[in-house]
Each structure stands twice: as C-alpha cells, then as structure tokens.
Design a protein around this ligand. Structure first.
Ligand SMILES: *[C@@H]1O[C@H](CO)[C@@H](O)[C@H](O)[C@H]1NC(C)=O
Ligand SMILES: *[C@@H]1O[C@H](CO)[C@@H](O)[C@H](O)[C@H]1NC(C)=O
Ligand SMILES: *[C@@H]1O[C@H](CO)[C@@H](O)[C@H](O)[C@H]1NC(C)=O
Ligand SMILES: *[C@@H]1O[C@H](CO)[C@@H](O)[C@H](O)[C@H]1NC(C)=O
Length: 366
C-alpha cells in the first residue's frame, strides 16, 4: 500500500514535471471509501460545544459509562452517530472544533448542543447555517489534500447525517400553558420557516456533491422528562409539543420526496426516531429497560430538571446506579444503551422504521 502510493507520487511527479505544473503529492484513498459527515444538535454533538461559549456538558457524570471521562457528549456514553460510525467501519468521528483536527477523510462532526435550524434558536450555539459554512471549509481542505476529482468522489460516496429541529420547536412550546396557546396558523408558519431553511441546507450539501442523506425525525419532545417537569404534566406526554413534533414529522417525508424529485441521485434514509423513542419511554420493559419515564440523572419530578452534574458542586442531584436500565440519561437525552438500540434501527431497521433506504444500504451502494 505504502509503496503503491510512493509509485503513484513518483508517477505524478514525473507527469507534473513534464507538464510544468506545480507539483503536490496528493493522498489517495482506498477505493469506495465513504466518510460520515454529521450535522445537528445535542443528540449528535460529540464535543463541539466544549470549544464555544454555549451550553456544555464537559463534566462528570457525563461520559461515565464508555469514555470514563466527560467528552462533551450529552450522554453517559456514546451517541447515535458513534454507533453508526462503528457499523460503517469508521473510527469515532471527531468534532470539527477539536484543536489540531484537520484531516477529514473519515468525516467530521459539526453538531452543537442546543442548535436549531433557525439562527434565532439559542444564539451562541452552532446553528445549521453555521455548520454548513464549516462544511464549506472542510470541502476546501479535502480538495487541497486529495485534489478536486478525488475529493468530489469522496463527497458523493459519503453519508450526511442530520438531527436538527427539536430545539426550534422546544423554544416555542416551552412557555405554553392553559392561558397561552400557540395558534395552528402560527405553528404552520413556523414549521414552513424551519423546513424552508432545512431545505436550503440539504441543497447546499447536494451542490457540494453530497448524495446520500440520513435524517432522524423529531423526537417525542412532549414525552421527555424535561418537558413534563417544566409544564407540570402527569400524563404520558404533553399535548402541544407532541402536536407540533408530529406535524413536522408528517411534513418531513413529503418534503424529502419532493427534494428527491428535484435533485437527481439524491438518496435518503429517514428514521422514525419519534416512534421508536416514544415506545421505549412509555413501554420501557418491553425493550429491556427498567425505567422509561424518569431520567437517570437530574433532580425534581421525573429528574426532569437539568441539574445533572450538580452545576459545578452548587446543586444537589440524583444519579442512578445503572444507566443502562434507563431510557433517559438526563432530562432530554437518551442513555448510551437507548442510543445503541436507536442507532441499530437507523442503521438497518424495518423499512417502516427507516426508509426508503437504510443507512447500511446507503453505505453499501457505490
Ligand atoms: C488522514 O486520515 C486517513 C485515515 O485515517 C489516513 O489514512 C491519512 O494518512 C491521513 N492523512 C494525513 C495527511 O494525515
Ligand atoms: C403562562 O405563560 C405565560 C408566558 O410564559 C406567563 O406569563 C403566564 O404567567 C403563564 N400562566 C400560567 C397560568 O402559568
Ligand atoms: C429561514 O428562516 C428565516 C428566519 O430565521 C426566515 O425569515 C426565512 O424566510 C427562512 N427561509 C426559508 C427559505 O424558509
Ligand atoms: C467549578 O468549581 C471549581 C472549584 O470548585 C472552580 O475552580 C471552577 O472555576 C468552577 N468552574 C465554573 C465554570 O464555575
């Protein structure tokens, strides 16, 4: 392999000398090598927020289970894209902002906890548009490293994962109560704006050569411990956030079919994260968990307050002994053991759960 690339370089050098063009020894990737590019929010963040002035989970007990130290992931261990990388035979995909990291041939993670599609959702986090501008930098770097042709080939074989939108809807539903409801026309207008900006992002990736996309739909934001605790809900799920998440999740497959008609070669896996996580929350024992409705780490009703880690020793909080018995690690984020089940379904679930392609199929096709 090494001698092969030396030969390649000598040959390239020879040709370059003949043509009198500036010579650079371009790296060559294995045939059919695909990378994983990750966009999104806290469900996918692998540590970008450690390096910005945004919400952080760079403290114990985050990371306690797998990494044995906090990594910035909002979880006791690995998040969904970590498992996807493993299934695709890739190493763990690093956060874009990690100092010194600039070799993107296996992919890069742009996700940022708190981020939304819209820039006005949690300013200070890395919103989707900003994540896309980072991807443009990555594209430039790959072209320098591999040359235009090889970079283009890599980008078209790679898979682009998205988990985004939850925070946009949580910000508008978190203040909903009996005396303050969101009208259905406002919901519709807001959703159109979120999906409009989301479409722009997808088309940008396509324009830069991306063809294989994986989307997880919006989670059951009404059934999370955080939502139920803050709205004082004792039923299974809060109504308004559930309505708006379902609305988005009904519109999303229609939008993706439309994009598929517009963009030749666009292929996607849409994973029903909502249903599969809601089932685990409401019927936890059926899926091997002991607790579905309360979080492992936090305080208050359902451990639904974001105090996991104790705010640097200033607040008391509960921490369960065995997170693998829980669906939720903190008030809004699944445990590593839940993430593993969810990632399995995204990777190769029944076509009713992940379709029209599974992520495995997207990696398998050339
Ligand atoms: C970049 O990473 C790939 C895959 O890990 C490796 O084969 C390659 O040598 C690296 N390139 C540089 C310039 O470090
Ligand atoms: C409902 O929410 C609004 C806006 O957040 C707040 O001003 C009001 O006090 C809340 N009402 C009740 C009954 O909680
Ligand atoms: C994107 O979101 C902004 C608000 O941040 C909105 O004004 C704009 O219309 C949206 N764009 C599309 C294409 O929907
Ligand atoms: C957390 O507490 C430690 C010591 O108790 C202190 O040195 C550190 O500055 C604190 N960090 C923050 C972010 O408050």
């Amino acid at each position: 392999m090494a001698s092969l690339s030396i030969h390649y370089c000598i040959l390239a050098f020879f040709c370059a000398t003949l043509l009198i063009i500036p010579y650079t020894c371009l790296a060559k990737l294995p045939e059919n090598h695909a990378a994983l590019f990750i966009f999104g929010d806290s469900l996918f963040d692998a540590g970008n927020n450690n390096y910005i002035n945004g919400p952080k989970t760079d403290f114990w007990p985050y990371g306690e289970t797998f990494f044995k130290h906090p990594t910035g992931r909002v979880c006791n261990g690995r998040v969904v894209p970590d498992f996807i990388a493993e299934y695709a035979n890739l190493p763990l995909i690093k956060p874009y902002l990690q100092p010194g990291f600039d070799n993107y041939t296996d992919g890069v993670n742009f996700a940022s906890a708190g981020a939304g599609v819209l820039p006005e959702t949690h300013p200070g986090t890395i919103n989707l548009e900003l994540q896309l501008s980072y991807f443009e930098e990555v594209e430039k770097k790959l072209k320098q490293q591999l040359g235009d042709t090889e970079a283009k080939k890599l980008l078209s074989k790679s898979v682009y994962l998205f988990s985004i939108g939850g925070n946009d809807y949580i910000t508008i539903t978190s203040s909903v109560n009996q005396s303050n409801v969101i009208t259905s026309s406002y919901k519709k207008k807001y959703m159109t704006m979120v999906l409009g900006n989301f479409t722009t992002a997808i088309k940008k990736v396509y324009k830069m050569g991306g063809r294989k996309f994986g989307f997880q739909n919006l989670g059951p934001i009404g059934c999370m411990p955080a939502t139920k605790a803050s709205l004082g809900i004792t039923s299974d799920c809060a109504h308004e956030p559930s309505v708006i998440a379902k609305m988005h999740n009904i519109a999303l497959p229609k939008l993706l079919k439309k994009i598929q008609r517009q963009l030749p070669g666009f292929k996607h896996a849409l994973y029903d994260y909502y249903t599969t996580l809601a089932e685990r929350t409401l019927h936890s024992t059926k899926f091997g968990f002991k607790v579905g409705k309360s979080a492992c780490c936090g305080s208050g009703t359902y451990n639904g307050e974001f105090t996991c880690g104790g705010k640097n020793g200033t607040v008391k909080y509960e921490l369960c002994r065995n997170p693998s018995e829980y669906v939720w690690f903190d008030a809004a984020h699944p445990t590593e053991s839940a993430n593993r089940q969810l990632a399995n379904l995204f990777w190769n679930g029944h076509p009713k759960i992940t379709g029209p392609y599974s992520l495995k199929k997207l990696f398998d096709i050339l």
